[in-house]
Design a protein around this ligand. Structure first.
Ligand code: ADP
Ligand code: GN1
Ligand code: MG
Length: 371
């Protein structure tokens, strides 16, 4: 992925505090995540170049970065232990591995109170912002299902909720209403149609939350940010090799994870595509997601979860759209943006996609039943 952002930090000085062998060569901004500051750092180890991922956690968004790192350390340790138990080849490509600091901690707090971590770089694999073929959908869903299955027996009690109410879509809806009412930057006038669209969806925003409250849908340890580029696909075997971006791994619903895959792995358009003709849900991609997910998650999902898989795609798309719109109204303070109106463009793709999923729900529900 292109190194398109400027260096805001002295990554060399940060890297020096992690237990990395060899000589620092260079570091550059890396990836297309919307939240953290991610750098790729290159070290020379005996005349071989080795890459590391060094990240600063965005503590404006994650208010408890230490609790977050405790989660991440537990998830990484549990995954690595299970891989080793199974004698899996290539273990450091199949689950993230933290590099400790020179004093043996899993994270570093710098003089400005930024929390940093370093991971082994998973080589010969990449994340995709836009899906290329149905095989990737199958692989991504299989990998996220395996990830959930792996965490069923994570020891140490309930994970910390790194962002409370993260997928409480009822709460997200109320938040959007607050942003509309506050209209801090006098922007509501530019997005009247979009606001109207969301207000008309009010009932559906509560649907899954109500099922959870009634006990029909169980709490599970989920990833909660299963967008396609958060699973690395092996360059040679095309296997979904490593689930990354563990910051929101916490108690949640399987529907949040499946829904976000439908949102990010079925449309040929980009999340911020300005040509909405590119944005729609392809049924064969949903089918690939369902088939992939069922291979790993099929045996633990209950009847309600299975039935609601297609709807979860619409729900997570609406939810994300409502967050982009609220952020636009709040003055673009949450998601990284690179042009004026970026969050509006993102919101519009989500509305288009949610409408398209809605128009195909009947067929998709039949498909689930047939599988
Ligand atoms: P964000 O929360 O900002 O999305 P991510 O943890 O997803 O941050 O990292 C941003 C990007 O960096 C990813 O999309 C991926 O391309 C790359 N990346 C992150 N961790 C690794 C890793 N261990 N190996 C290789 N690439 C990685
Ligand atoms: C953010 O971190 P990243 O880019 O993988 C966001 C997700 C959104 C996504 C939209 C912690 O994900 O919830 O769905 O952007 N992560 C957080 O692209 O808010
Ligand atoms: Mg990410």
């Amino acid at each position: 992925m292109a190194a398109h952002k400027e260096m805001k930090h002295n990554v060399r000085a940060i890297a020096a505090q992690f237990d990395i062998y060899g000589d620092f060569v260079e570091a550059m901004p890396y990836g297309s995540g919307h939240i953290n500051d991610t750098y790729c750092a290159i070290f020379d180890q005996g005349a071989t170049r080795v890459r590391y991922i060094i990240q600063r956690i965005n503590h404006n968004i994650f208010k408890n970065p230490v609790g977050l790192m405790e989660n991440v350390a537990r998830v990484c340790a549990h995954s690595q232990a299970k891989l080793r138990e199974a004698n899996a080849p290539d273990a450091t490509r199949r689950a993230l591995t933290l590099i400790p600091t020179r004093d043996g901690k899993d994270w570093l707090i710098d003089a400005e109170n930024n929390v940093w971590r370093t991971y082994i770089f998973v080589e010969r694999a990449r994340g995709y912002d836009v899906i290329e073929h149905t095989g990737q959908a199958f692989q991504a869903a299989k990998a996220f299902g395996a990830f959930q299955k792996l965490l069923v027996d994570i020891p140490g009690g309930r994970l910390v909720e790194t962002i409370p109410n993260f997928h409480n879509s009822r709460w997200r809806f109320e938040n959007l209403k607050k942003s509309i009412e506050a209209d801090k930057h006098n922007r509501a006038k530019d997005v009247k149609k979009e606001i109207e669209w969301f207000l008309a969806q009010e009932k559906e925003f509560s649907f899954v939350v109500d099922h959870i409250a009634a006990g029909r849908i169980p709490e599970r340890v989920t990833h909660n940010d299963t967008k396609l580029n958060n699973v690395l696909i092996d360059d040679y075997t095309s296997e979904g090799i490593c689930v990354i971006d563990l910051d929101t791994c916490m108690p949640g619903s399987a529907l949040y994870d499946f829904g976000d895959m439908v949102r990010t792995a079925t449309s040929p358009g980009k999340e911020d595509d300005v040509n909405l003709d590119n944005v729609y849900c392809r049924e064969e991609y949903v089918e690939a997601l369902l088939r992939g997910y069922m291979t790993t998650a099929g045996d633990f999902l209950n009847k309600y979860e299975k039935e609601l898989l297609p709807f979860s795609g619409k729900l997570l798309t609406m939810e994300c759209g409502s967050r982009f719109l609220a952020d636009y109204l709040d003055g673009d303070v949450y998601f990284k943006t690179s042009r004026p109106g970026h969050n509006v463009d993102r919101c519009r793709t989500q509305i288009k996609l949610a409408d398209d999923i809605q128009s195909k729900l009947g067929k998709l529900n039949k498909l689930v039943a047939s599988l």
